[in-house]
Design a protein around this ligand. Sequence first.
Ligand SMILES: Nc1nc2c(ncn2[C@@H]2O[C@H](COP(=O)(O)OP(=O)(O)OP(=O)(O)O)[C@@H](O)[C@H]2O)c(=O)[nH]1
Ligand SMILES: [Mg+2]
Length: 279
Amino acid sequence: MILASWRTIRRVTRLVDVVLEVLDARDPVGTRSRKLERIVEREGKKLIIVINKADLVPREILEKWKRIFESEGYPTVYISARDRLGTSILRKTILKIADKKGDIVKVAVVGFPKVGKSTIINVLKGKHSASTSPIPGSPGYTKSTQWYRVDKKILILDTPGILPVKGDDIEAAIRGKAPDELKDPVKPAIELLKRALKYNPNVIRETYGISETDPYKILVKICEKRHWYYKKDREPLIEEAAKMVIRDWHRAKLVFYIRPEEYLKSRESSNSKPVGNSK
Ligand SMILES: Nc1nc2c(ncn2[C@@H]2O[C@H](COP(=O)(O)OP(=O)(O)OP(=O)(O)O)[C@@H](O)[C@H]2O)c(=O)[nH]1
Ligand SMILES: [Mg+2]
């Protein structure tokens, strides 16, 4: 695995006219990077926020996020790369924002792991040549710069820019870090389950057929259902259940989404501080 670095992100930014900052529609603020936005601005390039996985979230929520990010000065589109929806609006927005008067526009796709960067590149390329991976931990950045033609006026960089995942285990898990790489998968899984129960109370029953509402007990029940026990003492393999929950969030098997109102509230209560993630 080639490690993501801010140096790579800067290098990618310098190569292009427009950077697409890809966010996960289920948690756009948690997958947003203010640092990337600052880098792109400093390099004098344009940035478009692309809210991906729009198929997982109701349209009115997507419209709210779009209005919020546009009020902060970022042109925003929402798409479902998987379902190939919204891509022509994305292409039109790229041309409009780049404002190159008919010249070729170069574009890079950047974001945290698992937000759907490769899927977006593939959809824009109109081929299925680059592989997409469902499980975190295998992102690659090829040394040679390859461009693909999206249409007559747009070229896209073949390899996405993967933002370095920092922060605590909980943040890292939400931002697509592979559960095997986390020091302790149990805490982030419990946090994810708490959020799941808060934002979509039926989700645990729907996903796992478990009607428990205590996150730790949910993990125990998952082990029971799957017969995941330590051979020696028959204790439940909680870590395994925790990793599965985190993977299910990455694969969108566990579906819930954050409400825009919460972000607006936190933005208001911290109006002197920078909003969103400073990382
Ligand atoms: N529901 C849904 N899933 C999507 C969408 N786009 C991508 N995915 C899924 O999200 C997972 C990650 O997609 P990738 O395109 O591999 O994401 P990536 O950002 O390139 O991931 P890394 O290269 O590991 O950083 C895959 O399971 C995709 O099928 C979408 O629009 N909707
Ligand atoms: Mg990828």
